[in-house]
Design a protein around this ligand. Structure first.
Ligand SMILES: Nc1ncnc2c1ncn2[C@@H]1O[C@H](COP(=O)(O)OP(=O)(O)O)[C@@H](O)[C@H]1O
Ligand SMILES: [Mg+2]
Length: 255
């Protein structure tokens, strides 16, 4: 594979009691690409992502980040090196404005006196938020209203932006478009492309195969807890993907 692999999972085994969720799964993500991680329900996609971001600890196997073996104790630790996750529920705080949502848990403060926590620096957060939404191609009706009053699509865009803005290396998106209508989905796909074009590795988990083929550069397929195929999206057909997911086709070494 390309030499700018940024994050890699090698032979990950994960047991939950007697359940073998992963049985030697491998995966790699390269800077500046969208790589889709696909597989049938129960194939192990979410578990593999959790192992890569430190939300779960593998039973065995290695995680490598920028060529070095790493061990993340928690997603918070993975975040410190620029690895972010967009969760399926796309949680936002509806009563807060867009800027406050973007900075939720990472609020900027003015310097405090005598070692005390300073006041929230709302102006600086607002300024930065405007810049980041612009960079991601997200247009909002208003920056001054609780985001609960924005349209569903705008709300989802803010939810996605909340993780994406902080990702400097890798962003995992587990079914980010699952609950969205066509227009909202297109907005999220646009954000994904922009982030990729900035040189970040985007890992997309999706059940929507046309979407996978439309937005991905590469596809890796999990089946029964193992990687069974890799494709360049440009060379793959729907039949290839479905065949690999269901076990009709296997060519782990083809790509
Ligand atoms: N916390 C857990 N406890 C027990 N079994 C689990 C847990 N999480 C996942 N599994 C099992 O591991 C397998 C892989 O699950 P998952 O990673 O969620 O697959 P996917 O995301 O591809 O649908 C499934 O058989 C699932 O039931
Ligand atoms: Mg899952």
């Amino acid at each position: 594979m390309a030499d700018d692999v940024v994050l890699e999972a090698v032979n990950i085994v994960k047991h939950y009691g007697s359940v073998e969720a992963l049985r030697g799964a491998s995966f790699s993500a390269t800077a500046g690409e969208v790589v889709a991680l696909i597989g049938d329900n129960g194939a192990g996609k979410s578990t593999l992502v959790k192992c890569m971001v430190g939300a779960e600890q593998p039973t065995s196997g290695l995680i490598r980040f920028e060529g070095r073996d790493v061990h993340f104790d928690s997603p918070t630790e993975a975040r410190t090196v620029g690895i972010e996750t967009v969760y399926q529920d796309l949680a936002v705080a509806p009563e807060l404005d867009p800027a406050a949502n973007l900075f939720l848990g990472r609020e900027l403060r003015r310097p405090g006196i005598l070692g005390m926590l300073g006041m929230l620096d709302k102006a600086r957060m607002r300024q930065r938020a405007v810049k980041e939404f612009d960079r991601l191609g997200i247009t909002l009706q208003s920056m001054d209203v609780p985001i609960g009053s924005l349209s569903g699509g705008q709300r989802q865009s803010v939810a996605v932006a909340r993780s994406v803005v902080w990702a400097s290396k890798v962003v995992f998106m587990d079914e980010p478009t699952a609950a969205l209508g066509v227009v909202q989905r297109e907005r999220v796909l646009d954000v994904i492309r922009r982030v990729r074009d900035e040189g970040i590795a985007v890992v997309l988990i999706s059940h929507n195969m046309p979407e996978v083929l439309a937005v991905s550069d590469r596809v890796e397929v999990l089946r029964l807890g193992r990687r069974v195929a890799r494709f360049r999206a440009a060379d793959a057909t729907l039949e290839d993907l479905v065949g690999a997911m269901t076990g009709a086709l296997t060519h782990e070494d083809a790509a």
